[in-house]
Ligand binder design. Structure first.
Ligand code: SIN
Ligand code: CO
Length: 414
């Protein structure tokens, strides 16, 4: 791979960069890729989405040969290296012979000095920057969109890989270019030691169960906690990892507690109007514990608060996206501009809904748009004036205006 960078003058916000990079790459990608046209059953090796979920999801690894027989949206090693020079992009360089780990951003010289073997470059959330790669999520739309995290792209030379490890989340590993050998190992627990001579989280013991060589278009699903080890066999070995979000109990507890605390009043306190006089004043009795437990249980049992928090939590951006500070367009501006050009969906913004609420990058927007209208909004890649049906027209335009304000949709020449 020759050293490269995406461009000298990058927009400074990922959302703006996304538009810029999208426009820049579209021409190239159309030239060197075939669109991903694959039925769900073909992609899942003859299984329906439900069959895959029941038999393999979060349970056992699953290999599909030629899951994408017609090619995949591509990104070259140079383009990936270009992304890895950007401070907003999370990237890592791993050397396999001595398991060294370096974090980006990198300089062109870093790439120029690399040997011909035993290293890999990994770039997180490439879907935020390349819409054609983001479109790959659509192939997995039988899984909730808010469970998806990002598409990481790795570029490796022979011998390159991140070593034997496990992840805490599900991952679909899709071979895009070159060949990679994947080994599947044991199901890991806290008891599986990691090596202490490297910053990488590498397993001290790997108990190989299976081994496959993946060729372009092949896909391997690996559930959380299952040891796996990928090693590039060829030059220009490119693998996409579709990773999912699985927050830990600890993370959800802290975030939910903070969410509740934000709206809790100072008057909401521990109460013991039923207190009995006692002769052992230092003892905490079961009745004392019952009071605090029922106070906290009442909070956790607030189903509306839980649902609202969950939608916001699962749509929070993770990859350094700062909200755009652009002049917001009014409803009238948007209606006028829609007559001239469509709105384009910014795939780096996370959307989810519950009836009555649309979640946009962690924010909840109350709406009276019916659920099918919300679903429609979440699914659209482009919206033209003619798409705004007469029935919900006003409500759709109102929420579309909020979405444009959150940069979830944009006009191409804004
Ligand atoms: C890689 O693409 O090299 C690593 C992906 C993974 O093991 O999750
Ligand atoms: Co992994």
């Amino acid at each position: 791979m020759s050293p490269g960078r995406a461009d000298a003058d990058l927009p400074d916000s990922p959302a703006l960069y996304y538009r810029w990079f999208a426009a820049k790459l579209t021409v190239q990608l159309l030239l060197h890729t075939t669109p991903t046209q694959v039925t769900l059953m073909d992609m899942l090796g003859g299984l329906s989405g439900q069959e895959f979920l029941s038999q393999y999801w979060q349970k056992t690894p699953y290999l599909v040969r030629k899951a994408f027989p017609d090619g995949l949206p591509g990104i070259s090693g140079d383009e990936l290296a270009g992304l890895a020079t950007e401070p907003e992009v999370e990237s890592r360089l791993v050397t396999a012979n001595d398991w060294t780990l370096r974090h980006g951003p990198f300089f062109e010289d870093d790439f120029a000095q690399l040997p011909e073997k035993d290293w890999t470059l990994l770039v997180q959330a490439v879907d935020h920057w390349v819409p054609e790669i983001a479109a790959l999520f659509d192939a997995f739309s039988f899984i909730p969109a808010w469970r998806m995290d990002d598409i990481m792209v790795s570029y490796a030379v022979p011998g390159g890989g991140v070593g034997p490890h496990f992840d805490h989340y599900d991952v679909f590993l899709i071979q895009v270019e070159g060949e990679r050998e994947w080994r599947i190992g044991q199901s890991c627990t806290e008891a599986d030691d990691r090596r202490d001579d490297t910053d990488l989280s590498i397993l001290a013991h790997f108990d190989e169960q299976e081994r496959w060589v993946l060729k372009p278009g092949d896909m391997l699903y690996v559930p959380p906690g299952i040891a796996h080890w990928g090693e590039a066999l060829s030059k220009d070995c490119i693998t996409y990892s579709i990773g999912f979000r699985a927050p830990s109990q600890a993370e959800t507890l802290v975030d939910f507690a903070q969410f509740l605390a934000n709206t809790s009043s100072d008057f909401d306190r521990y109460q013991d109007a039923d207190l009995d006089a006692r002769d052992d004043s230092h003892r905490i009795t079961p009745a004392d514990v019952d009071r605090i437990q029922s106070m906290l249980q009442r909070l956790v049992q607030d189903r509306d608060a839980m649902a609202r928090w969950f939608g916001s939590y699962m749509t929070q951006p993770k990859y350094g996206d700062a909200p755009l500070e652009e002049p917001s367009l009014s409803k009238a501006d948007i209606a006028r501009q829609l007559q001239r050009q469509p709105l384009i969906r910014n795939a780096s913004v996370r959307l989810a809904y519950q009836p009555g609420t649309l979640f946009v990058d962690g924010e909840a927007i109350e709406t009276n748009l019916p659920a099918d209208g919300l679903r429609w909004l979440c699914e659209q890649k482009r919206i033209s004036a003619s798409d705004l049906g007469s029935q919900d027209n006003a409500a759709r335009l109102t929420i579309l205006t909020s979405l444009v304000g959150h940069d979830a949709f944009y006009f191409d020449d804004e």
